[in-house]
Design a protein around this ligand. Structure first.
Ligand code: PMP
Length: 442
């Protein structure tokens, strides 16, 4: 039936993602404008953005260079297909990205989101082994608590029960490494925790169980984001790299959050000095301005799939109508200019010690059972209310918003990841608001 009564103020038709729709619609929070570090709410309040939107607006909001690039591009070339066709900015952007990325990760496949980047990377990994005559390598390995978006591939390798349990069987042939979230050993670590690198060795158990000849790839977030900001133990990623290489398994870093300066380096690849075979990105790629993702592949992967195929063959039967969308490319080129021109990755690195001190100053407040930080990311873990997990976190989120600060919560963990343009006094404001709220939480 057609809704006769739909008005701009009718909140019912929009089925909101990852939201408690009914709770939200009873008491909505709408953002109507944004500039720099601040959103404006529908009731005309300034909201300090503690999360760069959803970990994506790394250059801050409404950067004039990004706005102008999108406007100019929209007027010049709104859309162009990239199946058997191209447009110059797609190639220019891929080149810029390859130059920004370390090591052999020189080939870029464009998508429209982190979820699509993940599914693309998994498919490339499978196609790579097939192209080399190792088509038995089909198993995929993720990690408990991993978040890799919401495609069927992503939720299969992902390790968050809530994202899987409504949807049945998912991909077969998937295993998960153990997670390393362990406040008992690692609570209040500054930066990388000491305990847990040995958990990477569980890959040997999976190899013993299934045989390496059946395993295509391991995918991990170098720093766990959505499950509540959990830092990899010192040496963990190095160990995973060594084991993957030993067994011919591709290593995929899901850098949808860590890419583009979040840790104070261009990518986690740089920050940890560990080079995976494939890297998935999105979010900060164009500072969240237009949906876009990108998968970086090492030369050997491109060579095996593309250069080794017969001339004229379509080498990879995969892609999206909006792969390398001109508006997204223009926004990304402008965002890269801003990151570079304003030295934002370096800025994040310079601010990181100040940030770390601000995070750990919350130690001793009621309910705070762990504090974690890396680059410009923080996780504040609160004790759950008995029998009502998530309630304390949710009320912290709502109260922060009411007090003019946007944070993200996962269960009872508050996550912070401000735009990289954040100033020290804004960091002070964020933590002052949070300290007040935490002190008065039930
Ligand atoms: N991978 C990781 C590590 C993410 O954090 C996210 C989003 N938070 C995704 C994939 C999915 O990205 P998107 O929501 O753009 O599909």
């Amino acid at each position: 039936m057609r809704r006769q009564d739909a008005t701009p103020n009718d909140l019912e038709p929009f089925w909101m993602p990852f939201s408690a729709n009914r709770q939200f619609k009873a008491s909505p929070r709408l953002l109507v404008a944004a500039q720099g570090m601040y959103y404006t709410s529908h009731d005309n309040r300034r909201i300090l953005d503690g999360t760069a939107g959803l970990w994506c607006c790394n250059a801050g909001h409404g950067h004039p260079k990004i706005v102008e690039a999108i406007q100019t591009q929209a007027a010049q070339l709104d859309y162009a297909p990239t199946f058997q066709m191209g447009h110059p900015k797609a190639f220019e952007l891929a080149g810029r990205l390859a130059n920004t990325m370390a090591g052999d990760l020189n080939h870029v496949f464009f998508t429209n989101s982190g979820s699509e980047s993940v599914d693309t990377a998994l498919k490339i990994a499978l196609a790579y082994h097939r192209a080399r005559g190792e088509g038995t390598r089909t198993r995929l390995i993720g990690r408990e608590k991993g978040y890799h978006g919401v495609g069927f591939g992503g939720i299969s390798v992902g390790g968050l029960g809530n994202n899987r349990k409504q949807f049945g069987g998912l991909l077969t042939g998937v295993d998960h490494l153990p997670h390393f979230h362990n406040p008992e050993h690692n609570a209040f670590s500054r930066g990388l925790p000491e305990w847990g690198a040995h958990l990477a060795d569980d890959l040997e158990k999976l190899v013993a169980l299934h045989d390496a000849s059946t395993i295509a790839a391991v995918i991990v977030e170098p720093m766990v984001g959505s499950a509540g900001v959990i830092m990899p133990p010192k040496g963990y990623l190095e160990r995973l790299r060594t084991l993957c290489t030993k067994h011919g398994i591709l290593l995929i870093f899901d850098e949808v959050i860590t890419g583009f300066g979040r840790l104070g380096a261009p990518f986690a690849v740089d920050f940890f000095a560990v080079e995976p075979d494939l890297v998935t990105t999105a979010k900060g790629l164009n500072s969240g301005a237009v949906p876009m993702g990108a998968v970086f592949a090492q030369d050997k992967i491109y060579d095996a799939i593309v250069n080794a195929a017969p001339p004229g063959a379509i080498e990879l039967f995969h892609g999206y109508t909006y792969s390398a969308h001109p508006l997204a490319c223009a926004a990304a080129l402008a965002a890269l200019d801003v990151y570079q021109g304003e030295g934002l990755f370096q800025r994040a690195a310079e601010l990181a010690p100040y940030w770390e001190d601000a995070v750990h100053a919350l130690k001793g407040l009621p309910h705070v059972i762990d504090l974690r930080n890396l680059g410009l990311v923080a996780g504040i873990e609160l004790a759950a209310i008995d029998g009502n997990p998530g309630a304390r976190g949710y009320s912290a989120f709502v109260r922060a918003y009411e007090a003019g600060l946007l944070v993200r919560v996962t269960g009872d963990i508050i996550a912070l990841s401000p735009p990289l343009i954040v100033e020290k006094d804004q960091i002070d404001t964020m933590f002052a608001i949070l300290a007040d709220i935490i002190r008065t939480l039930d």
